[in-house]
Write a protein that binds this ligand. Structure first.
Ligand code: IVH
Length: 692
């Protein structure tokens, strides 16, 4: 094959793998293989710069920061929606439009989630993404093309799949909502907090802010995705029903919601909307309601507008999850890296069925900027699975008795003076022997993705550190059954304890402490965890699960890694100068060397092993969710089994889930799977499917 044909083939392959990964959430090759393809593509482009076109998958990042955004006139008005607050309002809307046009009587309705993000307008010419804009005032928006290019869920060419038979108008403009999913938002904030940087207030503003700033490289570093729901303009034939539009957009390779449903009558549409009001925490993003749309788009258009709101659709808003309550005090928590974070202690308040007593205050600058005082009434928001957060004080409610808050000058856990580094917002406790940091370190060490020692919860770890039984993570391995028995007794004395967030209906009883023998056995068993897990567990800055796996492929054990210089480390894909330095620094510290020595003496010294890459197998292309306790396999074992057979395991059930693997005491995942028609199987069937 000549270079040009190979180049075209590579572009197509990368487009399709990108689509499988970012839109379908069902990759069929490993990250490593994907990198290989893009590297080959980049190499050819370096040789033949004149071949590069804007739809090349390499053209997502790399644009220079702009001075300002140009204005873009939308090809048709980008409309808004009227709101309905509750079923009665929605029925009243239906009655109004029915009176205007009796075809509404027989209309079908499409219900979609109303994602709380940023509305974006994407232009494609001859199947190539050429421009992207914000909504602006609905007539004219801002040109944020370079930023949107970095969003991997946006196809740079349509249809994405070469084999697709769908015809695409020469010019087509679609609209969607760009957003950051809740989980990615929490992870982003966690990373920022650990690095001592400012955390973000909420997913919506972070997504909107990241797309409306001038440097595309910054947008590229944010986990922004989108869902598309409308064709704003097309110069060729496109479907005339909303339901078919969603299908059509999907077949072109756009990400489309899998929550949308079509109904024959308004009452069922409203009933469905209400189920999502109840279940909104199951959505992986913030939704402030559902949109009910008349399916027949010609009929909807005939109904006209009221101002900027089309009559053919209505936003059914969920009750806002914002309430005011009193700020009783501010606690300061010490993180694993020593970062101090202020946490609001609130007068208990119910927000959407959950009792909230604590909320994040982000950082000390936030308290100062918002002039938050102790005793203030504060506005608190809880959205989805995002940790409740303070929006700001209600200054009108002040009595004059509120107290200005002064951040601590000393660590609340160990009493050592706190420090601040140039260019960072965070304050740190830099005492390597700080007990609070140690507790967090141990918690991380035993966590699921690391050494996976079940039964060592926060309380037990706290007591182990307090009693001096554990002075570093290596001490876990020399604990005796008797030590653990003492801890158990101490734990029983201290209970019951107060909890931060509990459900209104039932305050879940805490799991009884594990029997000392069982805990002892769990700790001993973890000694044979493989090197990548131990490496992750050590919590070296910048060395997470993926990096640990990469390092374990190159280094035989921790001895070998500890001898590596920054130069050697940078030979490894993904290791830049910062991570290399952080690894070298970590091994150079006497406290860490002491821990390593103790680990080795305790027999916790795994050898690096060839990690098998994502395999092709019976489960290739299939996505699984595991819920409840399986008869023989632990959660991690089940995951390993599925992956070894080429399958993928995700945390939440969606329409893309191939199977829900069900164990005892499942949670809400079963309901979700049933409502989506996802196949449910047990451990036995899982094994049978794999041919075991
Ligand atoms: S339809 C005629 N559908 O909600 C079309 N809007 O208040 C009007 N939004 O500015 C919009 N998800 O940014 C529609 N599935 C969805 C939506 C959605 C989110 C946003 C959109 C709009 C606002 C309307």
């Amino acid at each position: 094959m000549n270079t040009k044909s190979r180049y075209e083939e590579l572009k197509q392959q990368v487009h399709e793998h990108n689509y499988r990964y970012h839109v379908l959430d069902a990759p069929i090759i490993s990250d490593l293989e994907y990198d290989r393809l893009t590297n080959e593509l980049k190499a050819i482009e370096a040789e033949h710069p004149d071949w590069v076109t804007p739809d090349s998958p390499t053209q997502r990042a790399g644009a220079r920061p702009a001075d300002r955004f140009e204005k873009v006139r939308h090809p048709a008005p980008i409309l808004s929606l009227a709101n309905a607050f509750g079923a009665e309002d929605a029925r009243a809307w239906f009655e109004r439009v029915r009176k205007l046009d009796d075809r509404v009587e027989r209309a079908k309705f499409v219900v979609e989630p109303k994602i709380d993000g940023l509305s974006v307008v994407l232009h494609y010419r001859n199947g190539v993404f050429v421009q992207g804009a914000t909504r602006g005032d609905g007539e004219v928006g801002e040109d944020i093309t370079q930023n949107l290019r970095t969003v991997r869920a946006i196809p740079l060419k349509i249809p994405v799949s070469q084999t697709s038979k769908v015809s695409v108008p020469n010019s087509i403009v679609v609209r969607g909502e760009a957003f950051i999913p809740n989980q990615e938002f929490e992870e982003l904030n966690q990373k920022l907090a650990e690095a001592g940087e400012k955390t973000y207030l909420n997913p919506r503003n972070t997504a909107a802010g990241s797309l409306r700033q001038l440097d595309p490289a910054l947008t590229a570093s944010r986990p922004i995705t989108l869902l598309v729901y409308q064709i704003v303009y097309a110069d060729g034939p496109v479907p005339t029903s909303q339901w078919e539009i969603l299908d059509y957009l999907k077949s072109l390779g756009f990400p489309v919601t899998d929550v949308a449903r079509r109904f024959d009558e308004i009452d069922s549409a409203i009933a469905y909307t209400e189920t999502w009001n109840e279940g909104r925490d199951n959505l992986p993003y913030e939704a402030d309601g559902m949109v009910i749309k008349i399916d027949d788009l010609r009929l909807a258009a005939d109904l006209g507008f009221v101002g900027k709101d089309p009559r053919g659709a209505i936003a059914f808003k969920f009750p806002a999850r914002e309430v005011t309550t009193s700020l009783l005090g501010i606690d300061v928590e010490v993180g694993r890296t020593g970062v101090l974070t202020p946490k609001a202690v609130l007068e208990a308040v119910e927000i959407g069925g959950v009792i909230v007593r604590n909320a994040t205050l982000h950082n000390f600058d936030f308290i100062a900027e918002k002039e938050i005082r102790i005793g203030d009434r504060v506005l608190v928001k809880r959205a989805g699975e995002v940790i409740p957060y303070i929006i700001g004080p209600v200054t009108d409610a002040r009595t004059g008795r509120e107290k200005v808050y002064t951040p601590p000058t000393h660590c609340p856990a160990c009493g050592q003076p706190v420090e601040h580094f140039e260019g960072e917002v965070a304050w740190y406790c830099v005492n390597a022997a700080c007990p609070a940091q140690l507790v967090r370190n141990v918690e991380h060490f035993v966590s699921r993705g690391a050494m996976d020692i079940e039964g060592l919860g926060t309380e037990i770890v706290g007591i182990l550190v307090e009693t001096g039984l554990v002075k570093d993570v290596a001490d876990l391995f020399t604990l005796s059954v008797d030590d653990l028995l003492t801890i158990n007794e101490e734990l029983n004395k201290r209970r019951p304890q107060k909890e931060g967030v509990e459900t209104k209906k039932k305050s879940a009883p805490k799991a009884p402490p594990k029997r000392p023998e069982k805990l002892f056995a769990a700790i001993q068993a973890s000694k044979s965890q493989p090197l990548p897990r131990l490496l992750t567990a050590l919590g070296i800055h910048g060395v997470g699960e993926v990096m640990s796996r990469d390092l374990s492929r190159t280094f035989a054990d921790l001895d070998a890694l500890s001898k590596a210089g920054a130069e050697d480390l940078q030979q490894i894909e993904g290791v830049g100068p910062n991570i290399a330095e952080s690894i070298v620094d970590w091994f150079a510290q006497p406290v860490n060397q002491k821990v390593l020595k103790k680990l080795k003496a305790a027999g916790v010294w795994p050898k690096g092993e060839e990690i098998t890459e994502k395999k092709e197998g019976a489960f290739t292309g299939l996505t699984f969710v595991v819920t409840g306790t399986l008869p023989t396999l632990s959660r991690e074992d089940a995951k390993a089994f599925i992956e070894a057979n080429g399958g993928k395991v995700t945390d939440s059930v969606s329409k893309k889930t191939s199977y829900l693997v069900l164990g005892e005491n499942p949670g809400s995942k079963l309901d979700k799977a049933q409502s989506l028609g996802v196949k449910v199987i047990g451990e036995d069937e899982l094994k049978k499917l794999a041919g075991v």
